[in-house]
Design a protein around this ligand. Structure first.
Ligand code: TXA
Ligand code: MG
Length: 316
């Protein structure tokens, strides 16, 4: 698909300048964020954005998140209300994506929003992502840098293994510290949780002093995570398993005897950071049957369990 060899770039001035130049030419660059590696393209360039969909094999009705360096830039593309400003003030830069009304005339490819009149936007909290946004000086559309439905990447090696022949470059910034995608909150109407993620919903509710609505209407084609099977390793996944049955590999949590453990001490932050790397590792081990220890459903545990339920869902 891609005639050029993959460029593996260092996150230094030369590497970032080259990454920005590739973006300017309409190319695809994977880069680290605090959550997961993104697959970036110039959000104003239709053919560059189309190339993201092609590389990921993503259903084109699933819109993309636009990454910007700061709140002021975000306000060029979206209409903020008081709640959106409050959330941006509290959590940006960071693992929060806001879905907001698209500003009329905003210079964003219609492919980014999949034709919707809302836009998902976030300010990442990662030195390399921020330096790249500064060097590029424009909005970067970036989904997670994995094939649609597969496990999100938290290292440059994951990106290369999954998409290496479909993209132009990857900037290697080491492991992603949060390890789970951003929490998505819509502020189009009353603030609503669209996807659990790196910032616990409880933390966002405390900031708003109000509960978040949840959009569960399955007829909404634009609700994220509409594809029940997602984040899937090759093997079959069984959840809430106190121990592995014959032939299963146990992905543990807490003090259990497991082949791989998300956090032996039962720490949810550590488990979030390690989740996708462990799922990738299970693929590498060619585990056909995977049992997963129970994980508490509060704080980051809610996002971890969301991803694990999708990993366990029947495959299309
Ligand atoms: O942490 C993250 O958010 C990572 C890093 C790279 O920033 N990105 C990421 O993107 O997870 P992606 O494309 O894998 O997930 C974006 C989600 C999708 O489920 C999509 O449906 C939703 O955001 N989304 C995007 N625009 C939307 C919109 N206008 N309304 C509702 N949902 C939207
Ligand atoms: Mg994704």
């Amino acid at each position: 698909m891609n005639p050029k060899p993959l460029r593996k770039l260092l996150p230094d001035a030369a590497g970032l300048a080259e990454a920005a130049a590739i973006l300017r030419q309409g190319g695809l660059v994977s880069f680290p964020t605090e959550t997961v590696y993104g697959l970036g393209a110039d959000a104003r360039n239709d053919s560059a954005v189309a190339a993201i969909y092609a590389a990921k094999g993503r259903p084109s009705f699933n819109p993309l998140i636009v990454h910007v360096p700061d709140d002021e830039t975000a306000e060029r593309y979206c209409l903020f209300n008081d709640e959106a400003r409050r959330l941006a003030g509290a959590f940006w830069p960071g693992a929060l994506t806001l879905v907001l009304p698209l500003k009329p005339g905003a210079a964003v490819s219609k492919l980014v929003t999949a034709g919707l009149d809302t836009l998902a936007v976030r300010v990442p909290d990662h030195g390399v992502a921020r330096a790249l946004l500064e060097a590029f000086d424009g909005p970067v559309a970036a989904p997670s840098a994995n094939h649609s439905g597969r496990i999100s990447p938290t290292t440059a090696a994951h990106v290369v293994a999954g998409l290496g022949d479909a993209i132009d470059a990857v900037v290697d910034g080491g492991d992603c510290p949060v390890g789970l995608e951003s929490t998505i909150v819509s502020c189009v109407d009353a603030p609503a949780l669209l996807r659990a993620g790196g910032i616990p919903a409880e933390t966002i509710e405390r900031c708003l002093s109000a509960p978040l609505a949840t959009l569960t209407d399955p007829t909404l084609p634009t609700a994220p995570g509409q594809l029940a099977s997602h984040y899937a390793p090759q093997g079959k996944v069984r959840l809430n398993a106190p121990y592995a049955k014959e032939g299963e590999v146990l992905l543990g949590f807490g003090p259990v005897d497991a082949a791989l453990n998300l956090s032996p001490s039962g720490d949810l932050t550590e488990a979030a950071a390690r989740l996708f790397a462990c799922l990738h590792e299970l693929d590498r081990m060619q585990a056909n049957a995977i049992a997963v220890s129970p994980i508490p459903d509060h704080g980051l545990g809610a996002a971890i369990n969301d991803r694990l339920r999708r990993a366990a869902a029947p495959r299309p």
